[in-house]
Design a protein around this ligand. Structure first.
Ligand SMILES: NC(=O)c1ccc[n+]([C@@H]2O[C@H](COP(=O)([O-])OP(=O)(O)OC[C@H]3O[C@@H](n4cnc5c(N)ncnc54)[C@H](O)[C@@H]3O)[C@@H](O)[C@H]2O)c1
Length: 300
């Protein structure tokens, strides 16, 4: 893949990590944020991550922070947005980006849940726009979902897939712009049943997590559900579904149990209690465990 000029808009948790991945792949990266403190800290965060991971620290020299949005995107081949999850903000930003960028530049949004169609619908050239959904931390989780809208051209999808593959990511093409794309639909289908098991007093929250982590969670990184269905047989899968599916949670909205936790201020780590209670030490230990696990997976 030829080296490209990449602009990353938003230098927060996701933006600085996305900039790091592209810089490490040899691309020139401009990064912009409207909050000076976030922009000023971006290169230090990237350098610290590169050191921690044993990656080439010279990559940080390819990252150019700028407080000027137009300057960040003017020469770019590819612009990826990772600002706050706010539809009017993203729409306004892409209108500004389209005025300043080259006519052939490709535009991507890293939104988690907002339809790409809603973000990009106001552009003059909608064929050049798509979604790229990275996972946190961007430099440790391989997947990037590449989401086309009804307007996105095939060459734009192909180029974006190739860009991410060449940067060491695992791009996955999502053919329709549906809420949650693929990853979050699957993840939250599981969370819905997990909450329902607790809500219906079938087991407690710790048991739900233990069952997943000690059983099929162990296999999930190497055996997807559809590979697993083929492995055991589609006939067996059908028989299991006839018995189990009528009984598992299928309500279309959020669980009342979850709504009650939120109403009571039980917000998880940030309040010290959610489904379970969390001391500061337990929170730090769990965060560290996740990062270490992702680092180990990256090295294998
Ligand atoms: N955090 C995650 O796990 C995760 C995962 C996948 C996708 N996302 C999505 O990525 C995007 C960014 O999330 P984040 O977690 O990095 O948020 P964040 O709050 O860490 O960073 C957002 C950054 O955008 C900047 N910003 C706000 N308005 C701006 C503007 N007008 N111009 C330029 N910069 C502006 C903020 O100053 C901030 O630095 C969101 O759309 C989010 O939904 C987040």
């Amino acid at each position: 893949m030829a080296k490209a000029r990449i602009a990353v808009i938003g230098a927060g948790l996701m933006g600085h990590g996305i900039a790091q991945v592209f810089a490490l792949a040899g691309h020139e990266v401009s990064i912009h944020d409207s909050v000076a403190a976030n922009l000023d800290g971006a290169k230090a965060r990237i350098l610290s991550n590169l050191r921690d991971l044993g990656d080439d620290v010279a990559a940080v020299d390819r990252v150019q922070p700028t407080g000027d949005l137009a300057a960040a995107v003017r020469e770019a081949d590819y612009v990826v947005e990772a600002v706050l999850e706010d539809l009017p903000l993203k729409q306004k930003l892409f209108a500004e980006i389209e005025r300043a960028a080259r006519g052939d530049a490709i535009f991507a949004s890293n939104t988690s849940v907002i339809p790409i169609t809603a973000i990009m619908g106001g552009l003059e050239n909608r064929a050049r726009a798509l979604g790229t959904h990275w996972w946190n931390p961007p430099y440790l989780v391989p997947l990037v979902e590449v989401i086309g809208t009804q307007w996105t051209s095939a060459p734009v999808i192909d180029w974006t897939m190739a860009l991410h593959a060449a940067a060491g990511k695992q791009p996955a093409h999502v053919k329709k712009d549906v809420p949650g794309f693929v990853g979050n639909r699957l993840q939250h289908a599981l969370w819905r049943e997990a909450i329902s098991l607790v809500e219906n007093d079938i087991c407690d929250a710790e048991t739900v997590d233990t069952v997943i982590k000690a059983a099929f969670g162990r296999r999930l990184a190497v055996l997807g559900p559809l590979e697993n269905a083929d492995l055991v047989g589609t006939d067996l899968t059908l028989a299991i579904h006839k018995t189990v599916l009528p009984d598992i949670e299928s309500r279309p909205g959020p669980s009342p149990y979850l709504e009650k936790l939120v109403a009571e201020g039980k917000l998880g780590f940030k309040s010290g209690e959610g489904f379970r209670q969390w001391s500061p030490e337990e929170q730090a230990a769990l965060r560290a465990k996740v990062v270490q696990h992702l680092k180990n997976a990256r090295d294998t």
